[in-house]
Design a protein around this ligand. Structure first.
Ligand SMILES: Nc1ncnc2c1ncn2[C@@H]1O[C@H](COP(=O)(O)OP(=O)(O)O)[C@@H](O)[C@H]1O
Ligand code: SF4
Ligand SMILES: [Mg+2]
Length: 404
């Protein structure tokens, strides 16, 4: 048996062998705009820590459009999403159920059902300079797992319950890292230990069904991280878990990211998770990104009425526990026939005639904060002070609020 220190050393080596360079540690605060509000600082977890200097841009998505052929037309699931991601960064994508988060995530790995999904002609997904929309399936298979890996909400459906953990883990490592099976096995044991699975040698021989929900998520994360991908896409990775296990899994992501320098796209409907883990956030509504910015910008000074509504729904420490959350009245539009103007107009307290007729475009408020709302147009009449929005949800620690 190896001594502990040997093991730790080997674990690091196992991860770093194919890992991207770790994120530099030097603390260098990001430039920030002056806050307008003076509202109490929320506990923004990671965002409140000294920010790391940004790595280089590894992913650029431009005008992503995805529709699904369906009886009687096409569901316009993703309608012009553009985003970018830097090495070592965590980007959260939030929004109500059905707004296009998972379809966006799956598009990044080209994991959509080919017979049903239609990619827009002008859609572009550039991964380290390569255009993913043009890659053949064979090239995509090399990329998946090795460079971009995905973690889902439910390991039982994402992984194969008829194979042992070892069979699933070792095969991927041997294939992508091009190492002999004996070496792949050793790396697999180290990965399981790294993600907190006790007795990993024994556990390799077991099936998924023999583990608890939290342990299954750890195994899926071990499989995803085992080839040290530069990007981990996690689609609601903690949604099915109780709060304590959720926190442990988020810690695990943090640890993996610190060790490997991987970027993370975290899809969630939980603003508490966003505040704790993300650097930047994209808020999606009806297939579009309606606001994006750093976590601090979004929580302190939300500019889109939808983001303001989401934050208003968060319980605050200064309200009594158990007080009723404020749901946003109404429902999202039908994506078979989305409205020509702003998709949020039917629910927006500030909607103007122009909003119903013309679609607002994303406009930068400054270098990092952007919003798609006609209120930002200099010609728009100012709405009444957004007391229920901009200040809400900021006075207390971030709470877990189901949006989806
Ligand atoms: N395979 C599919 N076929 C048809 N419609 C789909 C398919 N997958 C997703 N959709 C539709 O696309 C829209 C966005 O779905 P999704 O990205 O899963 O939402 P969420 O934000 O909850 O992850 C929804 O209207 C959904 O019904
Ligand atoms: S564009 Fe108009 S309807 Fe849409 S969010 Fe802004 S104010 Fe509301
Ligand atoms: Mg989803």
């Amino acid at each position: 048996m190896w001594r502990r220190s040997d093991r730790d050393h080997r674990k690091k080596a196992a991860l770093s062998a194919a890992a991207a360079p770790p994120a530099p540690e030097a603390a260098q605060a990001r430039p920030e705009r002056a806050d307008s509000g003076g509202a109490p600082e929320p506990d923004l977890g990671r965002a409140a820590q000294a920010a790391r200097p940004p790595g280089e841009v590894i992913l650029e998505v431009d005008d992503l459009r995805v529709s699904f052929r369906a009886h009687g037309g096409q569901v316009q699931a993703v309608r012009g999403v553009s985003l970018s991601l830097r090495q070592g960064e965590t980007l959260a994508i939030v929004g109500e159920s059905g707004c296009g988060k998972s379809v966006t995530a799956r598009s990044l790995m080209r994991l959509l059902p080919e017979h049903a999904a239609v990619l827009g002609a002008g859609s572009s997904i550039r991964w380290k300079g390569r255009e993913l929309t043009k890659l053949k399936e064979k090239e995509l298979r090399k990329l998946r797992g090795a460079e971009i890996a995905m973690i889902f909400q439910d390991a039982m459906t994402a992984l194969n319950p008829t194979l042992t953990i070892g069979e699933q883990l070792i095969e991927g490592i041997a294939l992508h890292r091009k190492v002999p099976r004996s070496e792949a096995r050793r790396i697999a044991v180290d990965m399981l230990e790294l993600v907190g699975i006790p007795s990993p040698e024994t556990r390799l021989k077991q099936y998924l069904g023999e583990f608890s929900g939290g342990m299954r998520q750890r195994i899926m994360i071990a499989i995803a991280a085992s080839c040290s991908p530069s990007l981990l896409i996690a689609d609601e990775p903690t949604t099915a878990l109780d709060v304590t296990i959720q926190a442990q899994i988020l810690d695990l992501f943090r640890m993996l990211q610190e060790r490997t320098g991987a970027a993370i796209v975290l899809i969630t409907h939980d603003l508490g998770v966003v505040a704790e883990t993300a650097d930047r956030v994209c808020v999606m509504y009806a297939g579009e990104i309606v606001e994006s910015g750093t976590v601090r910008e979004l929580f302190r000074r939300p500019q889109h009425p939808y983001t303001q509504g989401l934050l208003a729904a968060l319980p605050r420490l200064d309200r009594e526990r158990g007080s009723t959350l404020v749901p946003i009245p109404g429902t999202p539009p039908d994506l078979f026939a989305p409205p020509p103007g702003c998709a949020f107009a039917a629910r927006c307290p500030h909607a103007m005639e122009a909003c119903r007729l013309h679609r607002p475009q994303m406009a930068e408020l400054d270098g990092t904060h952007a919003v798609a709302c006609w209120l930002q147009d200099p010609r728009a009449a100012r709405p009444p002070a957004a007391g229920a929005g901009a200040g809400s949800g900021m006075a207390g620690e971030p709470a877990r609020t189901a949006l989806g």
